[in-house]
Write a protein that binds this ligand. Sequence first.
Ligand code: NZQ
Ligand code: ZN
Length: 390
Amino acid sequence: MLGNFSYSNPTKLYFGDDSLSFLAEELKKYGNKIMLSYGGGSIKRNGIYDDVVKVLKDCGKEVFEDPGVMSNPTVDKLYEGCKIARENDVDLILAVGGGSTIDYAKAVSVSAWCDSDPWDKYYLKMEEPDNRIIPVGSILTMVGTGSEMNGGSVITNHEQKLKIGHVFGEEVMPKFSILNPKYTFTVPKYQMIAGIFDIMSHIMEQYFSGDDDNTSDYISEALMKSLINSSRVAVKNPEDYEARSNIMWTATWALNTLIACGKATDWEVHMIGQAIGAYTDATHGMTLSAVSLPYYRMIAPYGLHKFKRFATAVWDVCIEGKTDEEIVEEGLSAMESWMKELGLVLNAKELGVTYDMLDGIADATFIFDGGYKVLTKDEIISIIKQSMNY
Ligand code: NZQ
Ligand code: ZN
């Protein structure tokens, strides 16, 4: 572990099929006015809404409804949420949903009492909040982003064709998150596998950086192995509690800052994925699956030792009689087979990407230098073209 870092995570987690029973206790810590933020209606269809509202009513809370948080939440929805939060002076934002709803709740939490334009302040200028912050609690219903235990908040501005994430500090992270694996049983298969790949990508983005012998990498390998194993069970039987619970717990640890300790971290797949999302509004995890194979095949020669370790430690590739390059390709091929087995999108055209978008997508991609290679604009275009020809 080279380098210096501090580690702290203030989010309290309640995990398991009985975890909602802890909500009442948590609610006692906040005032009476609760803003209930949720998505397009899945929680009404599967009964989670009724169960949560019953707890809120039993606790004597006044509920301010805030439905309709869309996937890839928009800046317009953010303005709408700020109005509800500020006009009613809410004491807590309770986000019930996936990463989109929780990300959005964090954005409202820092924006409702902000007197300047929040998109400009937090997403374009990357400033930190200096106004009142409304606490957020979450009840997770869709697994993948890690938003339940991190400060990330990704907002899309369709007019400006930008999708940008701000990683806020501890004061914006959820105060508590309720993680009931059973709540994820009704997630459609497309979303479930997108979430699974999102988790894998979060781990790889942190793993594929640096050269030192680092405990974070050993933790990452264990998380990847657990995810691969449980994903194979869950695609066959989405109601396998053991598999869904492992996937849920892995998602949280994949992006709650733990495995970033002592790491430079890459995040280039996410940067390309977000730019694709800004142009197509595609499902986040699928934007990552579509570009990952061409990206990793392009950068592997620059981080050969790590890709070799990935092949052996994660995919059990046997090294005997093979060159490093052959071992690395076998590892990436094993990942490719797993991705096909799950049914992930590997061709960006399926997400609505067209050739006339490529220049704009490449311009909207932030270029980072934490991974094994700093990309050029032409290389970003080449990666997406390779995906489009898959
Ligand atoms: O809107 P509803 O009706 O709830 O339907 C949702 C949505 O259509 C549905 N769903 C959720 N739980 C369900 C369910 N359907 C049936 N049963 C349930 N129990 O699933 C769909 C997807 O939900 P969404 O919240 O959009 O997915 P996800 O969790 O993947 O979140 C994606 C957003 O998170 C951002 C992404 O960019 C994207 O905007 N990210 C946030 C990160 C963070 N906070 O650190 C990091 C990630 O890399 C990511 O960028
Ligand atoms: Zn992600």
